[in-house]
Design a protein around this ligand. Structure first.
Ligand code: ZN
Ligand code: ZN
Length: 258
């Protein structure tokens, strides 16, 4: 399984950047996992628009989904992709997102996308990728995180969440945990996001083998996030960079030994 980061900024993009979005690929099947600002343009640098097998969204905050609108334009009006693309999102997402289009736009979008609602505990498959949804702790909208398994490897992605036991459960023994790390220790923190320290504590509690920090506010010095995480988690820690690719493979104990 291969993870390509299409966007990594939390909340708003910095210069030339993009907010949260990923391409997850295995044996020629591609999932667009969150679709934040700027990620659709970047996705096309990696695959063609008609190669998307499914769109999978964590929650209805625009920094995680706004680019599904131009993708709909391209697929429907540009003829770049078959109708009824599987589209997974939590309860209430479609109603909120649909406010961005006219009534006619909504009807046409329902032809382009085959909307499927997911909540905590739901499982679904996209080709060889097996996905389980977990309820996250967020604010204003329903939010889920995803545990995705393929080729014997496990990736866990929080989307947006504050500290909670579900993040640990979802990330149990994951080969790669992609965790939001909005804050740093000195930030004015809120219950619906995590700091780098909290992300690392959850990774350690879960026995995750590798940690990728994302959704870091663009105003923060990212190296401080890495340093703070390293206090609580002794595995490999990476900072999500736009266009970086990580091979997610089953990791053995010897491979992760320091
Ligand atoms: Zn966010
Ligand atoms: Zn959010």
């Amino acid at each position: 399984m291969e993870l390509t980061v299409l966007g990594s900024a939390g909340t708003w993009p910095g210069p030339g950047g993009a907010t949260c979005g990923h391409l997850l690929s295995h044996e020629g099947t591609h999932i667009w996992l969150d679709a934040g600002t700027g990620t659709f343009a970047r996705l096309q640098q990696h695959i063609d628009i008609d190669q998307i097998a499914a769109i999978v969204i964590t929650h209805g905050h625009t920094d995680h989904f706004i680019d599904v609108v131009p993708a709909f334009y391209a697929r429907h009006y540009g003829g770049m992709g078959a109708p009824n693309l599987p589209f997974y999102s939590p309860d209430g997402f479609v109603e909120g997102m649909s406010m961005l289009t006219s009534e006619n736009g909504r009807n046409v979008m329902a032809e382009a996308y085959d909307f499927r609602t997911v909540g905590g505990g739901d499982v679904f498959d996209v080709g060889p990728l097996h996905v389980t949804a977990y309820t996250m702790t967020h604010i204003g909208v329903n939010a889920v995180g995803y545990r995705i398994e393929a080729g014997g490897a496990v990736l866990a992605y929080t989307g947006d969440s504050g500290p909670c036991e579900e993040v640990v459960e979802m990330s149990r023994d994951a080969d790669l945990m992609v965790a939001e790390a909005t804050y740093q220790d000195a930030s004015n923190q809120a219950f619906f996001h995590m700091s780098a320290t909290q992300a690392a504590q959850h990774a350690a509690a879960a026995g995750a083998k590798r940690l990728l920090l994302t959704h870091i506010l663009p105003t923060l010095d990212r190296e401080i996030s890495r340093d703070e995480a390293a206090v609580a988690f002794d595995g490999v820690i990476d900072l999500a960079e736009d266009d970086m690719t990580i091979e997610v493979v089953p990791m053995t104990a010897t491979e992760i030994a320091p």
